[in-house]
Design a protein around this ligand. Sequence first.
Ligand SMILES: Cc1cc2nc3c(=O)[nH]c(=O)nc-3n(C[C@H](O)[C@H](O)[C@H](O)COP(=O)(O)OP(=O)(O)OC[C@H]3O[C@@H](n4cnc5c(N)ncnc54)[C@H](O)[C@@H]3O)c2cc1C
Length: 416
Amino acid sequence: MPEAKYLLVGSSHAALEALRSIRHFDPDGSMAMLTRDVYRPYSPTILPYVVSGRSKPAAVMLRDEAFFEANNCAFVPEAVAQSLDAKARTVRLENGESWRYERLLIATGAAPAIPPVKGIDDVRFHVLRSLEDATGLRSAMGSSRHAVVLGAGLVGLHAAENMAEAGLKVSVVEMQGHVLPGYFDAKASERIEAAFTGHGVKLYLNHKVVAVEPRDGGHSCAVHLEDGKVLQADLLLVATGVRPVTDWLNGSGIAVDKGVLVDEAMRTNVEGVWAAGDVAQAVDFHTGQPALIGIIPTAVEQGRIAGQGMADDPYVKAYPGGIPVNTYRFFGRVALSIGQAAASGDVEVSEHDDGGYRRVVLSDNRLVGYASVDEPFDVGIMGELIRRKVDLTAVKDAFIARPVETGRRLMSEQWR
Ligand SMILES: Cc1cc2nc3c(=O)[nH]c(=O)nc-3n(C[C@H](O)[C@H](O)[C@H](O)COP(=O)(O)OP(=O)(O)OC[C@H]3O[C@@H](n4cnc5c(N)ncnc54)[C@H](O)[C@@H]3O)c2cc1C
């Protein structure tokens, strides 16, 4: 049976960062990275560019063979983890092979969540999470005219933009009242929505899909909305969110809620097993409760902490909690959402709509959220102000009027 001191399951941001931090402290311990992917590691964030044709699939890999050789790590593609025996410390693969480990990292990320819409199993639809998904979507675009996208989150809107620019007639159906719910408030979203409708994309907000059915011998489908409207699609993209990939952990004793539950050192409840990235449900910076925050900065930070713990690095620091952050580019324009940017209620909100739009969310005179559209931003500064809970009392008006400039000045004093 093949074995490794460090066994990493998954080959994306979290696993790569764990590899780096393990090797920082332990250059020799045997290591293997197993992945269901056929390809060497790549980032899902590149996929919209593969769909648009700006990035060639062969050129998106984050690491080459020499990297794995130099790091003395066996890279094992097409290795789909099927089950975990935590007592025997083995991972069983779909191909029947088993790997023994001393320390295991669960970094299997997230996969598209398919909503329980009537008829969904009877129609052809696309998702966007893997390189195969992206190349499949790109080639379907070439032979399609009418696309329907379910979900107006980041993935759905990225794809809708690409398809609109490629000349398809695109409709986006979203259950919530505005696009990118959770990241932006309604006013910020209005600007983004206007950019989409201005490029011919039809937005069906506050609309629910109740059924889909094949048409034209399965080459297209009809999308039925709750209010009786019917949209015709020869390309259907389901982008209604993701769910952590935890099915292979069933029966293993690993505690799973929405994702794998971890402590501040990314340890699971089972000795010798860590989890990091989109698969992990770690503490949220704002609420102190376990939450899923599916972004790269979180995956990287968690991967680093997990790797340090796996290698017994004494300098490992506790995970401070995840802060959601997204920078979003659409039709040549920019938007930022960080922290509790869409929050209302027990917070002080200041909105400015003067050319650009920005929304500053304060709690007890400390920044807890920030959103901007069509304005220059500085993610690092806003992130540090939130993370350090910097008291803005003395500069509050200036900060609200000129957040980037004032934030930079403040942080330059803090960093000194
Ligand atoms: C289109 C798109 C755009 C995005 N844009 C941004 C962005 O702009 N900014 C941002 O911060 N985040 C973005 N994200 C989210 C970001 O990609 C994720 O947060 C990040 O990739 C998480 O990394 P991860 O290592 O946890 O897992 P993932 O990237 O999900 O990778 C999981 C890995 O596990 C492997 N795997 C899964 N199941 C198994 C199994 N059973 N056995 C073996 N291997 C398995 C997969 O093959 C893969 O290698 C985007 C995501 C998508 C899909």
